[in-house]
Design a binder for this molecule. Structure first.
Ligand code: GLY
Ligand code: MN
Ligand code: MN
Length: 379
């Protein structure tokens, strides 16, 4: 049997399975049913749309259907492949394989198994091998994939550099009179045609004037500068290249010199963003990094206008890991994580500012992977 495509990922999963997830919890398992397709792909290298993986100390099974027989024969080295007839119940097949492998304590992914799939798994498990215990595990593959290896970091740099170049491109072409949709299209076409992105990481968030207060607003036909005075233009976008994503936000001023209020709010967000970066290092707790930014925004009187978490994990998914930095996150930050740092202030009916970087946690602190300026840019 050939070697796994990502042997370190399998080894990391095997080492956490046999341990309790917390000292006060009895959830060590001798086999893990990985039902979330994204996680199956992460562990194996598979690129298709249907798969389930079972990992024990000594075995690695990959279950898919007949459409993916040929594809998985090259994409999934190292695994025993099980090719099921079309429309098979993966949960039933999983129960059969768990029994055949002699697993006694079978872990399943609590946050990634539908109610129907869990019911099928539990019912079939009870019928086939009633002694097997099904044990819910949370954040197992997430814990492993939060740490990026050298190839992943290299891929992230490419996607992030493309987003930086798109920021430079925006500075060259955006002017009052364009619509938000024009800006979104320029971004998409630059990232795809010039930078070779496979797709946008998410629908670009382009908000001008009062629309910039919409944290996740959609671009509209609103014309930049149509208020008659200077306005914010918030651009939050990213792209996927070679399977990895970037996620960048910068907020321009368009249509003239900023007002004192615009400068004040921009500077508070920038100071909060820099303070949060400075707080990042291995061992720090997620909520403490969030607080480094939030305290500055709150002290400036805008605590109620920063109504989202400070950041998330970034990788194969734009939101590769939720809840990394927020007011209640107990997550311990580790070397090798790639995360976003994205504080903002949003005033309903007036406008908003967000500044977002992508950041690698290093042995001693952090490296900002995004290189676009955070100085105010006036277009
Ligand atoms: N717009 C998605 C994000 O920045 O998280
Ligand atoms: Mn973003
Ligand atoms: Mn983000």
């Amino acid at each position: 049997m050939s070697e796994f495509r990502f042997p370190h990922r399998i080894a990391a999963l095997r080492s956490v399975l046999s341990q309790n997830s917390r000292p006060d919890t009895d959830d060590a398992v001798d086999g893990m049913i990985v039902s979330y397709l994204e996680h199956g792909k992460y562990l194996t290298g598979f690129t298709g749309s249907n798969a389930l993986v079972i990992i024990t100390k000594d075995h690695a099974l990959f279950l898919t259907d007949g459409r993916y027989d040929l594809q998985s024969s090259t994409e999934v080295p190292g695994f025993d492949r099980v090719i099921l007839p079309p429309a098979s119940d993966l949960a039933l097949a999983a129960a059969q394989k768990v029994a055949a492998l002699g697993i006694k304590r079978a872990g399943f992914e609590t946050t990634h198994l539908t109610y129907a799939a869990y019911n099928s798994l539990a019912k079939n498990m009870a019928e086939i091998a009633p002694a097997v215990q099904l044990i819910g595990r949370t954040n197992v593959v997430e814990f492993i994939k939060a740490i990026k290896d050298a190839d992943e970091i290299a891929a992230l740099r490419v996607a992030i550099d493309a987003a930086d170049e798109a920021f430079t491109h925006l500075q060259q072409i955006v002017k009052p009179g364009m619509s938000e949709l024009d800006v979104a299209w320029e971004l998409e076409s630059f990232l795809r045609r010039v930078k070779g992105a496979t797709r946008l990481g998410f629908d670009s968030i382009i908000g001008s004037g009062p629309n910039s207060a919409m944290i996740h607003g959609r671009p509209t036909e609103r014309i930049l500068g149509s208020s008659g005075g200077s306005e914010f233009l918030l651009c939050d976008y990213g792209c996927e290249i070679n399977g990895y994503n970037s996620d960048l936000t910068r907020t321009f001023v368009v249509n003239g010199e900023p007002t004192a209020r615009q400068r004040e709010i921009y500077d508070v967000v920038k100071a909060a963003q820099l303070a949060a970066l400075e707080a990042i290092k291995p061992g720090v707790i997620g909520k403490d990094v969030d607080a480094a930014a939030r305290n500055i925004i709150t002290a400036a009187g805008f605590g109620n206008n920063f109504n989202h978490g400070l950041g998330h994990g970034l990788g194969r998914l734009v939101h590769d890991q939720y809840g990394v930095f927020n007011a209640t996150s107990e997550l311990v930050i580790r070397e090798g994580m790639v995360v976003t740092v994205e504080p903002g202030i949003y005033l309903d009916g007036w406008g908003g500012v967000r500044i977002e970087d992508d950041v690698l946690v290093t042995a001693t602190g952090y490296e900002v992977l995004t290189h676009s300026t955070k100085e105010m840019v006036i277009l």
